[in-house]
Design a protein around this ligand. Structure first.
Ligand code: PMP
Length: 416
């Protein structure tokens, strides 16, 4: 029934959205990533996608998992299918504390708040701490989803450079000094210390205490995002920042990379004083995280060899990392450099001057390879000579073929 609807002339492309005048000011920073725009093309089977960060779940024991899900519903269905507390299922919070102990964290289950993936944790923490115009310090580059949360709450992101040992302490000092001089309020440092997304580097152990000290000295909270910490290829783990300064670190964890991303179960471990507000923020966002999904994770942890499963994931990712690094070594034109991850999903590539990775992306997709161009990982437009390559999902053969295609696109770009 559209005949009586007034028809407005479409003058200019913005007028295509009849709700334009209604949006809250905070939506101005919400933009789709370019890879999402190319997603339909990039996900065609002939395209090797080195763009997304989808975990490879093929090694999961699907038969026993499906039996367990059936058991949970048969034995405890009226609980599993009911609302729960915003705080999360108690048994799972206990198990989360055991997992965090692997990285040196001593936590009380009451201080753990279960979230719908750590993405929700990021959103809640930003909601709790950031007013419009506040500053968040983040590594440059940084996780695109975190930048999305920061801009959604109108925080200004100041990037601090990394080197092969992660965030550079001197850069952090300088950024804090500059912000203070400019009269800005810095709310927190957002950092991904282990197997960084997108940079692929890990914060050196010697730097950890120093970074915490700098933040303390400037009265700045630390938000530690650690979804990849147990995916070190040699099984190595690093002391969590949270373990070194419990009262000044909010820790974000997730089962997305160590179990199943689609269950959307993550957590926040907050300093005790913050916990109460986090639960209130979680309540207003979702009422409670999905009870069934939490029970699935909890039973999986109680009955499966989950450490053995993580080892399988690690071996799988290590093989793919090796395929990517050998492909880069063999095919990429000289002048390109890249990081060499010891865990996680990503390699960060810098291409020679004159090549713009964002402009090149449609040509790469035509050549049947996709990547994530660097500018999406910065809030300030930097990154045009960078790209993120993910090795987590395609087979080793496809990864090498993708890198070969990418190299030939780069070569023609450099000839232009
Ligand atoms: N933080 C980082 C650094 C990530 O890479 C991701 C997922 N790619 C997330 C948070 C969000 O993870 P999830 O919401 O699935 O737990």
């Amino acid at each position: 029934m559209t005949e009586n609807r007034p028809v407005k002339p479409h003058v200019g492309r913005h007028n295509l959205d009849p709700h334009l005048e209604r949006y809250a000011a905070r939506t101005a920073g919400m933009t789709a990533s370019e890879i999402r725009a190319l997603f339909a093309v990039a996900s065609r089977p002939e395209v090797v996608s080195l763009a997304g960060g989808m975990p490879n779940l093929a090694a999961l024991p699907l038969d026993s998992l499906s039996a367990q899900v059936a058991d949970i519903i048969a034995e405890d269905g009226l609980v599993a299918l009911q609302y729960g507390s915003a705080h999360g299922v108690p048994a799972l919070r206990d198990q989360i504390c055991e997992i965090m102990a692997l990285e040196g964290i001593k936590a009380h289950p009451d201080d753990v708040v279960v979230t719908v993936g750590s993405q929700m944790g990021l959103d809640m923490v930003t909601r709790l701490f950031c007013d419009p115009g506040d500053v968040v310090i983040a590594e440059g580059p940084s996780y695109v989803g975190a930048l999305g949360s920061f801009t959604a709450y109108q925080a200004n992101v100041v990037h601090v450079a990394m080197d092969d040992d992660g965030l550079v302490p001197e850069g952090l000092r300088e950024a804090l000094k500059q912000a203070e001089k400019a009269g800005q309020r810095v709310k927190f440092l957002y950092t991904i210390p282990n197997f960084h997304n997108p940079a692929g580097v890990t914060l050196a152990v010697e730097r950890r205490a120093e970074i915490l000290e700098i933040c303390r000295a400037h009265g700045v909270l630390v938000v530690e995002d650690n979804p990849y910490g147990l995916l070190g290829f040699d099984g190595q783990t690093y002391p969590a920042l949270r373990s070194l300064d419990p009262e000044n670190v909010v820790y974000l964890g997730s089962f997305s990379k160590t179990f199943a991303s689609g269950l959307r179960v993550g957590w926040v471990l907050a300093p005790h004083a913050v916990r109460e507000k986090l639960v209130l923020a979680a309540e207003s966002a979702t009422l409670c995280p999905p009870t069934l999904n939490q029970m699935i994770v909890s039973r999986y942890l109680a009955t499966h060899d989950w450490k053995g499963q993580i080892k399988k994931f690690r071996e799988n990712y290590r093989e793919r990392r090796d395929a990517m690094l050998s492909g880069l070594e063999q095919y990429l034109p000289s002048g390109c450099t890249w990081t060499k991850p010891d865990g996680g999903f990503y390699v960060w590539v810098t291409v020679p001057e004159g090549v713009d990775t964002k402009a090149m992306l449609p040509r790469a997709v035509t050549a049947r390879v996709a990547y994530a161009s660097g500018t999406g990982f910065y809030a300030d437009g930097f990154g045009s000579r960078q790209m993120r390559l993910s090795y987590c999902y395609p087979t080793p053969e496809r990864i090498r073929e993708g890198v070969r295609r990418l190299a030939s696109v780069l070569e023609s770009e450099m000839d232009l």
